[in-house]
Design a protein around this ligand. Sequence first.
Ligand code: HEC
Length: 245
Amino acid sequence: MKPADKRAYDRDYAQAKKTGKPFFPYAIFKDTVIATLTVLGIIILAIVVRVEVGEPVNPATTDFVPRPEWYFYFAFELLKIFKNQDVFTPLIMATFMVPNILIILLVVWPFIDRGPERRIWKRPFALGLTVIVTGMLCYLTWMGANSPAGVAKGGLPVSGLDEEATKGMGVYLANGCGSCHMVAGVGAPGPGPDLTNEGTKGWDNAKMIAWFKAPKPPMPSYASLPPAELEALATFITGLGTTYK
Ligand code: HEC
């Protein structure tokens, strides 16, 4: 700090000390009120806006595409920036190096930027840096949110699908059939049979739907699916290997 700045600072400080209010109890009281209101707000939200409980966990699923929560989308996207190298580089860079460099920068910032100026327009460098970092975070978050899903959600490597069969494939993927069955090399090798050529076995839609509703264990019953979904699923399965290959 320049001597003139230091004098101005000391003067302001002495003035503030004379006319201002002491930390205890005023500031402490304010903090307590705000903290209590915040916690109350959270409690009220927890009571009023209930978080939905998702589906039960299925440890056998093979078509679950893991996606991070939205506040991790930026790191999710960072992983992709460092991809196409060996397996570990993206992980180490995106989850360790980059975040820690930013955190260290945050910690040492007060020692780097020691100017007494507090008006934000007089601090173009700090302002610019903040805008750039915030902008990058928003951009990465947006990219992460819009990044295409993995293979399983995109579909199975089967072509020739019409609208109904595409819907059927969606039902197949959404219900975890692939955790017991294989189609065109995607899914689990068991315990269910490979369905790649299921259409050649002479099923019709009605028989297929009857099977979905009352299959032999260990295949679970899908009787609770809406009729339209069962119909689409049956169209998809009974065409596998014939219409859809
Ligand atoms: C828990 C594992 C499991 C899941 C999940 C599962 N299946 Fe099965 N599925 C099986 C087994 C095991 C069989 C063989 C049953 C038998 O014939 O004894 C089978 C048989 C079938 C058959 C008859 C195959 C044949 O030619 O005999 C079809 C078709 C079928 N499953 C479709 C589906 C579809 C569609 C889904 C999802 C909606 C599904 N399965 C979910 C285990 C499963």
